[in-house]
Design a protein around this ligand. Structure first.
Ligand SMILES: C[S@@+](CC[C@H](N)C(=O)[O-])C[C@H]1O[C@@H](n2cnc3c(N)ncnc32)[C@H](O)[C@@H]1O
Length: 251
């Protein structure tokens, strides 16, 4: 069984200070002053939801994340990570307890987890995968600014990392965006080995006010997801969060 280190050994102070210099990095990537970044953050969730066409067919998902979203997710995720810093910090503590070797951050967004993983001495390389080209370019730029670009590479999809077996898979707040989250779990499973760990969470819900129109919530899709999760992964207890869970592959 994989051994987790203690949460007390994980230092998340750099993230809690300023999100790893997040506003400055955003200003530099978007060519905005810090004041302008701060003005745009509060409306970013609404602006992202407004980009969505409403009814969402599974076959539209790739084009939505790859083209339509543009820089929308940068601001929305930044607003969330800064306003819910204590919650994100706990996911980083969990990552620090589990991550080692070759780390996949699938759907890595603005790179908070990928960059933090690359800063850990027990991590050899972080494979950041995200469909959105702005997210990839932003995270590459952030890695350079933090002097860790030699430990991180960015990729559109898992096929670009075909030869790698991952010791750690991080997939946070992504599975509900995928038209087939069960197939994604099987993909992860096939790229892990005994001793590997996956950190996963999900939110198959469009929100009380429909603020997450891009989340899939079909009951059949959710049932299939849990069938696969419960037949191919065993949960490992950790004391930090009940939303984000750690799994080892089985079968
Ligand atoms: C809600 S964000 C989560 C970002 C990050 N993991 C976090 O916790 O802040 C979802 C991310 O998944 C990415 N994404 C959506 N579908 C994807 C796919 N099929 N392959 C890779 N990335 C995908 C989006 O571009 C977006 O960056």
């Amino acid at each position: 069984m994989p051994q987790l280190c203690s949460s007390r050994e994980v230092d998340v102070s750099a993230f809690l200070a300023d999100g790893l210099n997040l506003k400055a990095h955003l200003g530099s990537y978007l060519n905005l002053s810090i004041d302008a970044v701060e003005q745009r953050l509060p409306s970013s969730t609404e602006e992202l939801a407004d980009l969505h066409p409403g009814a969402f067919r599974a076959e539209d998902a790739t084009a939505f994340y790859e083209d339509t979203v543009g820089t929308g997710h940068l601001l929305e995720l930044a607003a969330w990570h800064l306003s819910s810093a204590d919650y994100i910090a706990d996911t980083l503590r969990l990552q620090g307890m589990c991550a080692r070797g070759q780390v996949l951050d699938f759907g890595g967004g603005i790179g908070t987890h990928a960059l933090s993983a690359a800063l850990l001495p027990q991590v050899d390389h972080v494979w950041f995968v995200d469909l959105n080209p702005h997210n990839r370019a932003f995270v590459q730029q952030r890695a350079e600014a933090l002097a860790i670009s030699h430990k991180l590479s960015t990729h559109r999809d898992l096929a670009e990392t075909a030869a790698v077996r991952f010791d750690t898979v991080v997939c946070l707040d992504v599975l509900e965006h995928l038209p087939d989250p069960s197939a994604q779990l099987l993909d992860f499973h096939s790229r892990m080995q005994p001793g590997s760990l996956a950190l996963l969470n999900w939110y198959f819900f469009k929100g009380d006010h429909g603020q997450y129109p891009f989340h899939f919530d079909d009951p059949g899709l959710v049932e299939q997801f849990f069938q696969t999760l419960q037949s191919r992964f065993l949960e490992i207890f950790h004391p930090l969060l009940i939303t984000t869970r750690a799994y080892q592959p089985i079968g």
